[in-house]
Design a protein around this ligand. Structure first.
Ligand SMILES: *[C@@H]1O[C@H](CO)[C@@H](O)[C@H](O)[C@H]1NC(C)=O
Ligand SMILES: *[C@@H]1O[C@H](CO)[C@@H](O)[C@H](O)[C@H]1NC(C)=O
Ligand SMILES: *[C@@H]1O[C@H](CO)[C@@H](O)[C@H](O)[C@H]1NC(C)=O
Ligand SMILES: *[C@@H]1O[C@H](CO)[C@@H](O)[C@H](O)[C@H]1NC(C)=O
Ligand SMILES: *[C@@H]1O[C@H](CO)[C@@H](O)[C@H](O)[C@H]1NC(C)=O
Ligand SMILES: *[C@@H]1O[C@H](CO)[C@@H](O)[C@H](O)[C@H]1NC(C)=O
Ligand SMILES: *[C@@H]1O[C@H](CO)[C@@H](O)[C@H](O)[C@H]1NC(C)=O
Ligand SMILES: *[C@@H]1O[C@H](CO)[C@@H](O)[C@H](O)[C@H]1NC(C)=O
Ligand SMILES: *[C@@H]1O[C@H](CO)[C@@H](O)[C@H](O)[C@H]1NC(C)=O
Ligand SMILES: *[C@@H]1O[C@H](CO)[C@@H](O)[C@H](O)[C@H]1NC(C)=O
Ligand SMILES: *[C@@H]1O[C@H](CO)[C@@H](O)[C@H](O)[C@H]1NC(C)=O
Ligand SMILES: *[C@@H]1O[C@H](CO)[C@@H](O)[C@H](O)[C@H]1NC(C)=O
Length: 601
């Protein structure tokens, strides 16, 4: 890859800064004698692809945000080893924990006093944010747990994408100005209502809103991207985490934040626009790259983009044509994605679907069991002249502008059709086929957006909720499972839709539909210019439970709402996307087959 002079200088400067950072970093940083030759063992990006050890590196991955919160080293090792055994090369996990709350009194909520967070009795915590001060836990129940994850990944020859904060940390009672009940907040007290174990949910690890609640008066989410005190504190945290692993070959790359957006549970100020979020990414990616010049930095955004917003990093000059691929290699046609082209392709696809439907009218077409889709049914049809909320800047994120930041090394996007709208529904298709097709189009669109920038791209998380998993499903902006009680009262449909313990729900797809979607999304990713696709999320059995930790005993607090307890002792968290016991072989097999199809180990 040819680097402009400016980037080269930046790299050199970064190297100096990194040396400085290393000197001041704690002794627990495990310095390694890394020779120049070994540097190819770090993942790099060139020609729109990931590279490792001298060759192109495409991968299938999975998510296990809870890895650092497991109760012992063996559990971490077993999880990494079983993921490896499935042929998976990359694991995405949380490298943050802004701390979670202790019970608040209703009075504290009413008077909106400053949040008080407290160190938990048991379990892992990485950073305590309390009363305007920040304490990073470098002890055995702190960053040393993350050290262990990295060390065991190194030993297994596995890679980690480490995410540095989360957009989501819902605390309904705290963030709701009219709330009067302490009950409404996240309550992890054993025996109380909503007693999901601490850190059971991916959004229970702190995140941007912890900083906002602690440090601002306005309590608007976008302060995270703009308030200098918050930015300094977050840089401080990232320095301390990132500097520990500068020399580790197990770090695939850093992800600045999971799913950054203008809004979270806390709303944004009306002034929050894409350029604000892009500026933050430019600042933070440059910071992380200066601390760690060895590893790639990514945004971690959902892929939301804006086809007609002002750009801070415009695509200029247009990308050079790709060299023609060797026989048998992927053909890369870089045609810039415009709004007009996107809308034309959508219209053409809808025409084809309609024609196909007319041809099969009267046959058994449409015999697919139609299952209610929550939220996505809000889509309705978008106006023909709009690319829709995923691509018009409605979320305050322009992932393509972010990807073109010089210190951003690769693109990221996610795919969760149960919770996000990616495009208009096609009236000629049954609901499941709409989900399937919109996922395929989302992947293709993301691939086009990234190719125009000329950087590699990873689908860092994708998932679809099944009927079996629906009772456990907790959307990312909530703390409770909306379909938990429905499952408890519903009679399982005949044939399929029956899970272990007889739990099922009218919400969600069948296991066969999930298999079909995952297979097609994986193959679409790998056939397009997507370097890696990561299923959300891994399930690990046989973990060691301990009270007051992520892996608790089922009789205490593994119950979701009023649903019957379905967790076996020592099973990793399931937020609706876990690979349920019944479907484990299916999804694992699909991931393994996709990994094998890449033709590299
Ligand atoms: C890197 O490639 C060399 C030569 O192909 C090989 O011997 C070595 O095992 C590889 N190392 C890793 C970590 O993949
Ligand atoms: C991790 O598990 C693998 C496979 O069982 C084993 O070979 C290795 O020794 C384990 N490592 C540690 C540190 O326990
Ligand atoms: C996060 O911090 C909270 C409280 O500080 C703690 O309860 C929890 O165990 C921590 N989780 C992780 C994974 O560090
Ligand atoms: C919070 O900080 C203020 C000053 O910054 C200090 O006066 C107060 O005692 C602190 N409160 C606690 C509970 O630490
Ligand atoms: C806020 O709290 C009030 C009072 O408890 C409740 O009625 C309302 O539904 C809550 N709103 C949200 C968005 O949680
Ligand atoms: C749980 O919720 C029910 C109904 O909302 C309430 O009556 C009960 O007191 C709650 N229990 C606890 C331990 O908070
Ligand atoms: C940065 O981290 C160090 C070490 O935990 C701490 O002493 C310092 O107060 C932090 N600074 C800020 C601005 O948070
Ligand atoms: C998240 O949920 C809260 C209610 O708890 C709501 O006020 C907010 O608008 C939601 N945010 C997004 C981005 O959906
Ligand atoms: C953020 O949420 C508010 C409502 O709280 C909504 O009016 C606004 O459109 C949202 N903005 C973005 C960028 O999502
Ligand atoms: C819907 O998707 C399923 C599974 O891929 C497929 O078998 C079926 O033919 C599709 N139906 C339509 C109408 O496209
Ligand atoms: C239902 O699906 C499961 C796999 O999830 C399969 O083992 C079982 O045979 C199916 N049952 C029927 C009646 O189709
Ligand atoms: C912490 O762990 C101890 C030992 O397992 C247990 O007795 C205690 O109940 C736990 N505390 C909490 C708050 O979970």
């Amino acid at each position: 890859m040819r680097l402009p002079v400016a980037s080269l200088l930046l790299v050199l400067l970064s190297a100096c800064l990194a040396t400085a950072a290393k000197k001041t970093s704690p002794s627990r940083t495990r310095p390694r004698a890394i020779t120049k030759r070994q540097n190819s063992l770090f993942i790099s990006a060139s020609g729109g692809d990931f590279h490792h050890n001298g060759s192109r590196f495409d991968f299938v991955g999975t998510n296990a945000y809870w890895l650092a919160s497991l109760n012992n080293d063996k559990d971490i090792n077993d999880t990494i080893q079983s993921i490896k055994a499935a042929g998976i090369k990359v694991i995405r996990t949380w490298a943050f924990n802004g701390s979670s709350p202790v019970p608040y009194s209703p009075l504290e909520i009413l008077t909106r006093r400053q949040d008080v967070d407290e160190i938990p009795v048991n379990g892992t915590w990485l950073q305590l944010i309390k009363n305007g001060t920040f304490t990073v836990n470098e002890g055995p129940n702190g960053l040393q747990r993350l050290d262990k994850v990295v060390e065991l990944a190194e030993q297994a020859g596995m890679f980690l994408i480490l995410s540095l904060t989360n957009n989501w940390n819902p605390l309904p009672g705290i963030d709701n100005t009219t709330a009067t009940q302490a009950l409404e907040r996240r309550d992890v007290t054993v025996g109380s209502n909503n007693t999901l174990p601490r850190n059971f949910l991916s959004n229970d690890y702190g995140g941007m809103d912890v900083y906002v609640r602690q440090l601002t008066e306005s309590k608007t989410h976008d302060e995270f991207f703009q308030n200098q005190a918050i930015i300094n504190a977050f840089k401080n945290y990232t320095t301390q985490v990132v500097s520990r692993y500068i020399n580790s070959p197990a770090i695939f790359g850093w992800e600045l934040a999971n799913d950054a957006r203008c809004n979270s549970t806390l709303p944004s100020a009306p002034t929050c626009v894409t350029t604000i979020v892009t500026s933050w990414h430019a600042d933070l990616s440059s910071h992380v790259a200066s601390v760690d010049p060895n590893h790639l930095v990514a945004s971690g955004t959902h892929g939301f983009a804006c086809m007609s917003c002002p750009k801070l990093f415009p695509l200029n000059p247009p990308p050079k044509p790709q060299p023609s691929p060797a026989p048998g290699k992927k053909v890369r046609r870089v045609v810039p994605l415009t709004k007009e082209r996107l809308l034309r392709e959508r219209t053409d696809l809808m025409k084809r679907n309609r024609a196909a439907r007319i041809r099969s009218e009267g046959s058994s077409a449409g015999g697919i069991k139609i299952r209610g889709r929550w939220l996505a049914s809000h889509t309705a049809r978008q106006s023909d002249s709009s690319p829709g909320s995923a691509l018009d800047g409605a979320h305050g994120v322009d992932s393509q502008d972010i990807l073109n930041i010089p210190t951003i090394g690769f693109g990221t996007f996610q795919l969760f059709p149960d919770q996000n709208v990616y495009g208009p529904d096609d009236p000629s298709l049954p609901p499941f086929n709409n989900t399937l097709q919109q996922g395929i189009q989302w992947i293709q669109t993301q691939s086009q957006l990234a190719q125009a920038v000329g950087k590699p791209l990873a689908l860092t998380a994708f998932g679809l909720v099944t009927q079996q998993n629906a009772p456990a499903f907790v959307p990312f902006n909530t703390t409770t499972a909306p379909f938990a009680s429905e499952a408890a009262s519903s009679t399982p449909p005949p044939g399929n839709g029956t899970a272990v313990g007889g739990i099922s729900s009218a919400f969600g797809v069948s296991p066969a539909e999930q298999d079909s979607a995952y297979s097609q999304w994986l193959s679409t990713s790998l056939q397009n210019a997507v370097g890696g696709a990561m299923q959300y999320q891994w399930t690990q059995e046989g973990l060691t439970p301990a009270p007051g930790t992520t892996i608790s005993t089922p009789t205490n607090d593994n119950t979701l709402g009023t649903a019957p307890n379905t967790n076996t002792l020592g099973e990793s968290p399931n937020d609706g996307y876990g690979i349920s016991s019944t479907g484990a072989d299916g999804i694992q097999g699909i991931l393994s087959n996709a990994a094998a199809s890449i033709g590299r180990v």
